[in-house]
Design a protein around this ligand. Structure first.
Ligand code: FDA
Length: 369
């Protein structure tokens, strides 16, 4: 095997940005990826000419000009604005909670009327909220909690809101304008050429080996490299010596439909408790697609067991303590840089991952190119 300056474990966004910077700085990179394609959880499959977000809807949004300029060097972004709709037992509401939502819910027409309504309902909770239900009612009042928060949250976490800690919801976005744009960031969009094109550019100049788990033969891969960038799960790197970190998982049911427009918007949240899925994604709307057919994915939250796809880290005391122990081990590991959502056991938006990988590269190479 040839020798390389860097072994990059995982062809996701962190690995891609770091690899691009390494190559720009004259370094050689070998990339080892467990899956059959590059892109990590941002990767898409093309079905009926439509980019299908295989691992869940991915909308790029950021307030970092530097990150936005960086990604725009590789792909052009369209002007998609995320404006999800909530479906509660057939009643439709705009998200995030805004004047359109309040008008549909209560028939109010002005911010003053909406504020009075919410304030009257929040007053029901006095003292420190004891659980997520009380916290949510305090933030948005009883009606919005009951119709738009409760069922969705319970499906997501697999538990009753009364049994979930209040800190999970620190704030709920409430806007007293008629603005359905879900994000507050100044930059937002989806690559016109698709996310896969972004990854092809990021990994340009690297040797890539797919369908290969680094941990199955780590000596083989590390023997010929100077340094390792590891973006897999941190506990698996250390053979789960302190036990496994926990996640929530997701299952997607994807279907091609013989209609050109199924729901009229990319994201519909099903906020009642009875519908077993939390969302339906209609992928073509991310790209203003005009194909004759459409592809939808139903998203089902699920319990996670070792061996399943890890999606959301469980942000509780047990797991945070466990992660700190693995982090201490990682800090003692010579010549290995741990980065990305799995190695750092945290929920990371894409822009934050790009920022973090650029920061790591700057530390490594002295500058961002
Ligand atoms: P990522 O998981 O993408 O990549 C790691 C790679 O390493 C994977 O390809 C994996 O197969 C590989 N790997 C792991 N172990 C290995 C091993 N032992 N050997 C070889 N390869 C190995 N963000 C956002 O900004 N907007 C959005 O709309 C969304 N939407 C969204 C939806 C859902 C459902 C989730 C869970 C997350 C989002 N995100 C998001 C966040 C986004 O997915 C996240 O920021 C990036 O995927 C993180 O990239 P990483 O490179 O860190 O991990």
């Amino acid at each position: 095997m040839a020798s390389y300056d860097y072994l990059i474990v995982g062809a996701g966004l962190f690995g891609g940005v770091f690899a691009q910077q390494a190559v720009q700085n004259g370094k050689t990179c070998l990339v080892v990826e467990r899956r059959a394609k590059i892109g990590g959880n941002v990767a898409c499959d093309v079905v009926e000419g439509i980019d299908v977000h295989t691992y869940g809807a991915h909308i790029f949004h950021t307030h970092h000009d530097r990150v936005w300029d960086y990604v725009n060097r590789f792909v052009t972004f369209n002007h998609y604005i995320n404006s999800p709709v909530a479906n509660y037992r057939g009643e439709l509401y705009n998200m995030p909670f805004n004047m359109n939502t309040f008008h549909a819910m209560w028939g109010v027409n002005t911010p003053k009327e909406a504020k009075e309504k919410i304030e009257a309902q929040c007053a029901a909770i006095t003292g420190e909220p004891r659980n997520l239900e009380e916290q949510a009612i305090r933030l948005v009042g009883k009606d919005i909690y009951t119709k738009l928060v409760k069922g969705y949250t319970e499906k997501q976490w697999g538990r009753d809101c009364k049994d979930l800690p209040a800190f999970i919801i620190r704030r709920l976005p409430v806007r007293y304008t008629f603005d359905n744009n879900y994000f507050n960031d100044p930059h937002q969009g989806i690559p016109v050429e698709g996310y896969n094109a972004l990854f092809e550019k990021l990994f340009e100049g690297c040797d890539i080996i797919l369908e290969t788990d680094f941990l199955q033969d780590r000596e083989r891969w590390t023997s010929q490299v100077e340094r390792v960038v590891y973006t897999g799960t941190i506990d698996s790197y250390f053979d789960y010596c302190y036990g496994a970190l926990e996640y929530r998982s997701l299952r997607f049911e994807t279907e091609v439909l013989d209609t050109d427009n199924f729901q009229g918007v990319a994201v519909v949240n099903y906020t009642d408790r009875e519908t077993p899925y939390t969302r339906i994604i209609e992928h073509k709307h991310f790209a203003f697609g005009t194909q004759p057919k459409t592809v939808i994915s139903r998203e089902y939250p699920s319990e996670w067991k070792l061996g399943m796809e890890p999606y959301y880290p469980v942000n509780d005391e047990r797991n945070q303590k466990l992660y700190q122990k693995y982090k201490e081990l990682a800090e003692k590991e010579n010549n290995v840089l741990f980065g990305g959502r799995l190695a750092e056991y945290r929920y990371y938006d894409m822009d934050a991952v790009v920022f973090s990988a650029l920061t790591a590269a700057k530390k490594e190479f002295g500058m961002v190119k």
